[in-house]
Design a protein around this ligand. Structure first.
Ligand code: PEP
Length: 254
């Protein structure tokens, strides 16, 4: 059975003290209340990753993710963070290609292919984000657009390497807007993406690929989204900043 994952993307939120409170609350709630088969990935700002590590019991169902990394291993790239650095502090996942990185920092499919490579080369797992704008959803071939994001950033990988990739389908029109994709819209797109992966790597790889939904998922809509056969979990933004709500989303997936 493929992995069920709920990942919390804190984005650029929380001071150090607030981060510690949220970490301690959420980790205690998960320990007490989450008994089922779900992996939780906490993605605080990179500054707090080493602190976050101290709250996590090694071998538990909770691991750490970064929100981005540079495509080079080291060098004169002031302000950047590399995959080897993340690996060296115990990070397991890296979110790549979030629509905010594509929009505000100009990340391209080709650059993301390089980031995917360095992340995998360092034993980390990419959570690769893809998704269409509202304009494309209403006026264009949004399925072809999202498939192209996957093709251009991921399909150079061998099947063996691809097995370490998690996909997050995040329609841009649903991120931070309160406009969630309906469970049918999410399922349709996840099905299309799984088929696209099957066309490239075969059915068995596609059936083993975890595909998360992201975009205004919360404690109210999570159960219905997660009940869809091709929705394996969620990448959660705003709702991951509240311990009770995030735990409830995780419980909806277990
Ligand atoms: C995200 O940023 O990945 C996200 C899904 O945000 P939100 O849940 O706030 O829409």
């Amino acid at each position: 059975m493929r992995k069920r994952i709920v990942a919390g993307n804190w984005k650029m939120n929380k001071t150090a003290d607030e981060a510690k409170s949220l970490l301690s609350e959420v980790i205690n709630m998960i320990k007490d209340e989450v008994t089922g088969n779900v992996d939780v990935v906490l993605c605080p700002p990179a500054l707090y990753l080493t602190t976050a590590r101290q709250y996590i019991t090694p071998g538990s169902n909770i691991s750490l993710g970064a929100q981005n990394c540079h495509e080079k291993a080291s060098g004169a790239y002031t302000g950047e963070i590399s995959a080897p650095m993340l690996q060296s502090i115990g990070v397991a996942y890296v979110i790549l290609g979030h629509s905010e990185r594509r929009q505000y920092f100009g990340e391209t499919n080709a650059q993301l292919a390089e980031k995917v490579d360095i992340v995998l080369a360092n034993g980390l797992k990419p959570i690769f984000c893809c998704g269409e704008s509202r304009d494309l959803r209403e006026n264009g071939d949004y399925v072809a657009f999202v498939k192209k994001q996957i093709t251009e950033s991921l399909f150079h990988l061998t099947a063996e390497a691809f097995a370490n990739v998690v996909i997050a389908y995040e329609p841009i029109w649903a991120i931070g807007t309160g406009l969630t994709a309906s469970s049918a819209q999410a399922q349709d797109m996840h099905f299309e993406l799984r088929q696209h992966i099957a066309d490239q790597y075969g059915d068995s790889v596609a059936q083993d690929t975890t595909i998360l939904y992201g975009g205004s998922a919360n404690e109210k809509n999570a159960a219905e989204l997660f009940a869809q056969p091709d929705v394996d979990g969620g990448l959660i933004g705003g709702a991951s900043l509240k311990s009770r709500e995030f735990t409830n989303v995780i419980k909806a997936r277990q």
